[in-house]
Design a protein around this ligand. Structure first.
Ligand code: SF4
Ligand code: FES
Length: 345
């Protein structure tokens, strides 16, 4: 089993494991963020570049660094590989650039977006983004497309991560939408304006990292942080029936799938459970849902994100100090040679 070192932490994983999944095995702040990879969707990843890391040694047999930053979601580990994520100023810089790039055409409409409070892009921008926009040209806008009675598509917000396309292909089993065009002409849309109405189509809402796909039956009902998420289940012949009911008092405002610490769906749910069971009596209540993600709903006003931010800032400061010392010594300190020392510091 190959051994890989990520930000000074060594772990043994199965051959073929990606750097990202090896980091997830270690857990904590060193796990690179993702905007397109989704472990349950075959072929996902490699689109957004959010998960870039620096490979400083390719393997024990070939200890040379990889010349460019690598997408950790699609780069397999090798025995003796050494990877930097938070300990690389290059990675942190690149991530800032990626956030800026993702926001080039993404409208800053968090105040009116239903995804606010549980939006991956909002969280990413909070930790890795710039505090001001340098964008002084108009963003791309698209005409509204009606994709059915239950799902709202806001194409202006789409970051072209392809997750919903894979979900429609692999889970809903009837894909009528996709990314049309390529390069800066790429856009999310439905072929011949068909609607998304298979029995599992609602899952596209849960996989969308931004507010491009939202639940029409719950839209504008409440800010997500005002609702109480509860683990619930029902007897359903189409899906596992295990879901989360988002409650306002006695009222079920919306139903979603259960999601893990990386925001990924634990088990897909059908559209009947998601859109039709809005009666409290239709569910058996288990317990309050503990949302593990770093977000407003997970940690109450970004407490977890602040910790991550602190870790990031600590590494940037430590790196700057090492770099300055290295410069003063004419390159003799070996800048970048020992990320583990910085981590433990
Ligand atoms: S609509 Fe959402 S899930 Fe689909 S490609 Fe756009 S951002 Fe990704
Ligand atoms: S998560 Fe790796 S490229 Fe998007």
């Amino acid at each position: 089993m190959p051994k890989v070192t990520i930000d000074g932490h060594e772990i043994e994983v199965d051959a073929g494991t990606s750097i990202l999944n090896a980091a997830r095995k270690i857990g904590g702040a060193l796990v690179p963020p993702t905007m397109c990879y989704y472990s349950k969707l075959k072929g996902s990843g490699g689109k957004c570049r959010t998960c870039l890391v620096k490979v400083v040694a390719q393997s024990a047999a070939n200890p040379r660094p990889m010349p460019k930053l690598q997408a950790s979601c699609s780069t397999p580990v090798a025995d003796g590989m050494v990877v930097q994520n938070l300990t690389s100023p290059e990675v942190l810089d690149a991530r800032k650039g990626i956030v800026e790039f993702l926001l080039l055409n993404h409208p800053l409409d968090c105040p009116i977006c239903d995804q606010a409070g549980e939006c991956d892009l909002q969280d990413l921008a909070y930790v890795h983004g710039l505090s001001a926009s340098r964008n002084d040209f108009p963003r791309r806008t698209f005409e509204t497309i009606d994709i059915g009675e239950r799902i709202e598509l806001n194409r202006n917000r789409c970051i072209l991560c392809y997750r919903c396309v894979y979900t429609a292909n692999q889970v809903a089993g009837a894909r009528v939408h996709g990314v049309l065009g390529r390069g800066d002409h790429a856009e999310i849309g439905t072929y011949i304006r068909s609607s998304l109405d298979s029995e599992m189509s609602g899952n596209v809402i849960d996989v969308c990292p931004v507010g491009a796909l939202t639940d029409k039956t719950a839209r504008f009902e409440s800010r997500v942080w005002f609702l109480k998420p509860m683990d619930v289940h029902c007897t359903c012949d189409k899906c596992s029936g295990k879901a989360v009911a988002w409650m306002r008092g006695e009222q079920v405002v919306r139903v979603t799938a259960r999601r893990d610490a990386y925001g990924e769906v634990e088990g897909w749910i059908c559209d009947s459970c998601r859109f039709e069971r809005k009666d409290k009596a239709a569910w058996t209540f288990e317990a309050p849902r503990r949302v593990e993600r770093n977000s407003v709903i997970g940690q109450n006003h970004y407490t977890g994100l602040r910790q991550l931010l602190a870790v990031t800032e600590k590494h940037i400061a430590a790196r700057a100090a090492v770099s300055a010392a290295d410069e003063a010594a004419g390159g003799a300190t070996g800048y970048g040679a020992d990320p583990a020392a910085l981590i433990s510091g």
